[in-house]
Each structure stands twice: as C-alpha cells, then as structure tokens.
Design a protein around this ligand. Structure first.
Ligand SMILES: Nc1nc2c(ncn2[C@@H]2O[C@H](COP(=O)(O)OP(=O)(O)OP(=O)(O)O)[C@@H](O)[C@H]2O)c(=O)[nH]1
Ligand SMILES: [Mg+2]
Length: 455
C-alpha cells in the first residue's frame, strides 16, 4: 500500500496564501490529527472547511481552509486534502513538520503527478504535459502543453498503434494462406499502411525542433559588424542593460543570451561578437562563437549600421551561411543619425528577394515594434498539427522511424512476413514507450506468436 505524502504546492517564499497537499490512504486521518474543527473523516468529498491547524506540539498554528477530495475523485486518484494557510515561511515549515509528525512523509519532486499517472488518471504524455504547463512562459508554449494534457499526443499514438496492429494482422493472414495461393492483402496495401505510419512518425519527430524552441525560447541571433549596435538592440528588446555597449569596436566577446516574450512566443536573443578580421586571439574565439550562435538560430537578424554600411562581400558571406530552414531579417540601425532609404535600396539588392529589411534605431526605439511584428510572423507554426516538445518522445519517435523504415525496406525487398513482424513489433514498442501504455503482452503474443522464425 502506498504511503501518504505531503508537500507545499505553492512556490517557495512568502505569499498571501500557501497550499499544502496531502495525498494517500491516511490523508484524512493525518490531517484530522492536526485539525481543530469539524471531524474531517466524516466529511463528504469536494467540500471545503474552515478550522485551525495545530503545530507539532498541538498549539494553534494558523486558521486554515481544507478542501477534501475522496479517492478516486482526486488528481492523484487517492484521498487528498489541500490545506490553505497564510503564506508565512514559518507557517509553511511548521505545517509540514506537523503533518510529518502525524505520519505523512515528504513528497518527492513530481510525486503527485506520478501518483496521478500510476492511478490511471493521467497518461504518461498528459502527466509530462502538466510539467510543461507549469513551466510555460508564453501563450504558444502553454497552448501546446494544454493540447498535450488533453491527450493530443496520446490520440495520435493510439492511431499509429492501431495501424501497426492492422499491418501485423494483415501479414499474419498472408502467412496463414501463403501455401494456398490465395492473395489476401497485397503487398501494395501493406506498403501503403506502412508509408502512412512512417509519414506521421516522421512528421511528429520533426515537430520537435519547433516545439522545443517554442517551449525554451525561439533562438534568434544578432549578427553584424562591430559597432553596428547588436548589444544596444539586445538591451532594447529585453528592456534591460544586460550587454555592455560602447563605441569601442569589438566590445562583445562572448555570446550573451536573454529571453523576452513577444506576442504569443518566447524568444531567446543571442547578442554576438561583431564580425571583423582580427589578430586578437580572444576576439577570434568570440567571432567563431558568433558563427556557432548563427548556426543554432531559427532566425538570424543581420544588423547593419546606416552610417557605416557593411561591405557587399561581408553581406554575401553571411547569406551563404544561412540554411534553408533558417529565417533571415536585415535591420538597418542608427536611423536617428541618417536617412536610411538609399542604403536600404542598396542592401536589398544584395539580399535574397523575400528578406524583410527593417530600418530602426536601437537608441530611440524607432522601428523596434516593426521588427517584433516581423519576428512573430516568421514563427507562426504549421497549422493545428500535434507538436512534440519532449526530448524523450523525440528519441522514441526517432527509433520508431528507424524500425518502420526497415519494415518498408523489407516489404520492398519482398522479405518474409516473419522478419517484417519483428520490426513492426519494435516500432510498436518504441511508440508505446511514449504513452506508457505498453501493449498488453497477451495481445502482442496472440498477434506475433505465429511469426516465429521457421514456421
Ligand atoms: N545614435 C545611435 N547610436 C547607436 C545606436 N545603436 C547603437 N549605437 C551606438 O553605437 C555604439 C556601438 O553599439 P554596440 O551596441 O556596443 O554595438 P555592437 O554591435 O554590440 O558592437 P560590438 O560588441 O563591438 O560588436 C555605441 O556607442 C552605441 O551607443 C543607435 O540606434 N543610434
Ligand atoms: Mg556588442
């Protein structure tokens, strides 16, 4: 039988109210021991009660409200009591002491969600989405996590799972009748199903790159020559003086990162060392880091200075390094010092045709709203597709993609069903590891038992 655990669920520190959760078979009895008020053990589920919480020496600690949830109608599926006290750090600490003294143990990190998963109240991907919701810092990250908590990933996996079982059953039929010259399911049909599965598995796997970026901040690199105003732009965007700004060329050496929310998204801006030829060893290391940052970025902002235009060959060098899945924005800085129109026209002729060119001044803030608008329009995700944000899921999908590709190769080479079945089974097991719903051994057994080599 599982133990009864307790923890403060609100953030550490002082707050108006702090909430502690107690979950497990003895939750009601334990809280009742430190409770002065109506006997909680007789109260109905989903009711709230006002009373006094006692400390470990049975002295009144605080006036509190307890909310009761009886198993299985609670998040964890167990008897659960939520205790709302005043948010003093002393009260919180003493409340936990008192609960532990009465028989509860301290919950491990994530233990309430783990119990919800073990009780069957939440699937594994939904449980993981709870952590993502708690960690979400932008509307886009929150919306992906909410969809996952509501089962979007599980539903996709269930569909893939059913298709794989169908594939296995068709192969099984093929084996059964192989000696009777009856064509049950043509290999083309098997191939179509396998290709559908492969397409969806690969799409889900690819969604990880953008999903992960949305969750942790979409990487944007600020690239340009020394003194173009990259550090000034970073500071203006994040509203803080994080990077050192000076009129000395080569001020920034390391990549300086910070995040800021624009529209629905969280962006991770990377200020980089200005690009120039240098004999300074440290500066050269900094410049090679600028190139690395540019590689990591989903969006590259090429920042130029209207008062000191970038030589054409330098612009060309940067464009050459932009990969097809990266987005390029050109920004012309210091428009408070000179009119940019002439330079913009010249720069446009050096850039790929659809590159946005934005005049701005990092010093006065002019043009920054426009830059933000363009940045957000560049990241609007693929339409309502299910997105993966979890590295564990991505790895399993990668493995599943390998095994389903082997299934297709085997079908193409007209290999025997026995061999193909092994890879189908492996694909199933990789996908099941994501949802945690390992397919019942019985079902697998009944489907695959006939595939034993040598039949
Ligand atoms: N007038 C004006 N000056 C600016 C503007 N943006 C930056 N500066 C000035 O330009 C100089 C260089 O700015 P930084 O932001 O340090 O330039 P950087 O691109 O980070 O330079 P490195 O770190 O050397 O690569 C500083 O003196 C800034 O105050 C602007 O929009 N207008
Ligand atoms: Mg700088």
């Amino acid at each position: 039988m599982s133990s009864t655990v307790c923890a403060v669920s609100t953030p550490p520190g002082v707050g108006g109210i702090a909430v502690a959760r107690v979950s497990g078979p003895d939750a009601f009895r334990i809280v009742n021991k430190i409770w002065k008020g109506k006997s909680l053990e007789k109260c109905d589920s989903h009711t709230a009660h006002l009373g006094t919480i006692l400390d470990s020496e049975s002295r009144p600690l605080d006036q509190a409200v307890v909310t009761l949830f009886r198993a299985p109608r609670s998040f964890t599926g167990e008897d659960t009591v939520e205790i709302s006290v005043h948010g003093s750090t002393y009260v919180q600490r003493e409340l936990l002491n008192s609960l532990i003294n009465s028989g509860a143990s301290l919950a491990q990190p994530g233990e309430f969600t783990r119990r919800a998963y073990l009780s069957g109240n939440l699937g594994l991907t939904e449980a993981e989405a709870v952590a993502d919701i708690i960690a979400s810092t932008s509307r886009a990250a929150h919306s992906i996590a909410m969809n996952q908590m509501r089962g979007s990933v599980s539903k996709k996996l269930e569909k893939l799972h059913d298709q794989l079982l169908e594939l296995a059953s068709l192969l099984e039929l093929e084996l059964d009748f192989s000696e009777e010259d009856v064509e049950f399911a043509s290999r083309e049909k098997l191939m179509t199903i396998a290709r559908d599965i492969q397409f969806e598995v690969n799409r889900l796997y690819r969604s990880f790159a953008s999903g992960n970026a949305i969750k942790n901040g979409i990487p944007v690199a600020l690239i340009g020559q020394t003194n173009a105003g990259k550090s000034s732009l970073l500071n203006t965007l994040i509203g803080d003086q994080k990077a050192i700004v000076s009129n000395i060329h080569g001020t920034t050496r390391d990549v300086i990162e910070d995040t800021c929310e624009i529209g629905d998204y969280l962006f991770r801006f990377m200020d980089t060392a200005g690009l120039r030829d240098t004999t300074d060893e440290i500066e050269a290391i900094g410049i090679s880091r600028s190139h690395q940052a540019m590689k990591k970025a989903q969006i590259v902002i090429l920042l130029t200075d209207v008062t000191s235009p970038m030589p054409q060959e330098k612009v060309a060098e940067i464009i050459e390094q932009i990969s097809p899945d990266q987005k390029l924005i050109a920004a012309v800085n210091k428009t408070d010092l000179a009119l940019p129109d002439e330079y913009i026209a010249e720069l446009r002729s050096q850039l790929p045709a659809d590159t946005p060119v934005i005049p701005l001044s990092a010093a006065t803030g002019e043009g920054i709203d426009n830059l933000c608008l363009i940045i957000t329009t560049l990241v609007t995700p693929e339409s309502q597709q299910v997105t993966i944000t979890n590295a564990r899921h991505a790895e399993a999908l990668h493995n599943a993609s390998d095994s389903i590709t082997r299934v297709i190769t085997a079908l193409e080479s007209n290999l025997s069903g026995d061999l193909i079945a092994l890879d189908i089974r492996e694909t199933l097991s990789h996908l099941s590891s994501i949802s945690g719903n390992i397919t019942s051994e019985d079902i697998l057994q009944s489907i695959f038992s006939r595939f034993c080599i040598g039949k």
